[in-house]
Design a binder for this molecule. Sequence first.
Ligand code: 13P
Ligand code: SF4
Length: 357
Amino acid sequence: SDEELDRRILAAKATLGDRVVVLGHFYQRDEVVKYADFVGDSFQLANAARSRPEAEAIVFCGVHFMAETADIVSNADQQVILPNLAAGCSMADMADIDSVTECWEQLEELYGTEPDASGRVPVIPVTYMNSSAALKGFCGEHGGIVCTSSNAATVLEWAFERGQRVLFFPDQHLGRNTAKAMGVPLEQMPMWNPRKTLGGNDEQGLLDARVILWHGFCSVHKRFTVAQIDQARLDFPGVRVIVHPECPMPVVDAADEAGSTDYIQKAILSAEPGQVFAIGTEINMVQRLAAEHPEHTIFCLDPVVCPCSTMYRIHPGYLAWVLEALVRGEVLNRIAVDESIAAPARVALERMLAARP
Ligand code: 13P
Ligand code: SF4
């Protein structure tokens, strides 16, 4: 029962004390978030993982790429645990190291490898945090960097200072929305087609490109539509529409603001009471914000509930299971990134942490 699980989780946490830290992403259900020592967006949780070097174990209530990142940035002897190994991210799975490497080789063929007169290399790889450790490692090895939705513009600026172009993966929408807001014209953002080689891709488009987009997307955020925003504005004149930048470009353009999960939370926290917010992001987060802020009216743009099904795979039962194992001295569901990948991935992550304003 829920009470039984509650008792077991609290008892295990009390026994473990500072030996364990539980991290929870904003998209986790309330029944999990209530046990988290830190709740945040993917950037904040990467920092939180580094901030508790004394904890033997980091239990990551989020998805696989987040746990990998925590393992990469935390101390070597800390063990990162993902309560349910099936909690992945479908967007992260849309870019794999082989296809990105193949694309890279073909771009090198097209652009060469020589820097221009101002020392900028032909192309800088930028991976969204929502990607495998192998891709972060690829960026570390090839002069590239990681970004999250909270620092994508800063990271793109960093990349444009060092490169003539950016190859951005896996999320086409975050790449397009961020570059567009920075003034990059759409015609300078071609999408790489991994099913085709150089000849099949538009060579002139690639030569003129500022940002080459990968074809990935988030199945949760692609559900949001301009029609939903129009409806919200009809129903609630004066509504403030805020969406996550993983939403398609027309949705971001029609919204009042776009920002990371942390941005959305801060916008609500800092608003004068009595505002109406229509939010375009995952439902668990929106419902929690609505419950925590009765002074506002807060609702999800998508009337059909849209949870992230993989985030939802972290059930309190799994949390109890891994915590009780730790009490017995057993480490279950450990996420350990091989040092040959972790070392270059750390380079790309450290560049991101240093690039943040
Ligand atoms: P944040 O970086 O805003 O936490 O988003 C992560 C994510 O997976 C959004 O879908
Ligand atoms: Fe991945 Fe989308 Fe879920 Fe975020 S909401 S973890 S991008 S599937």
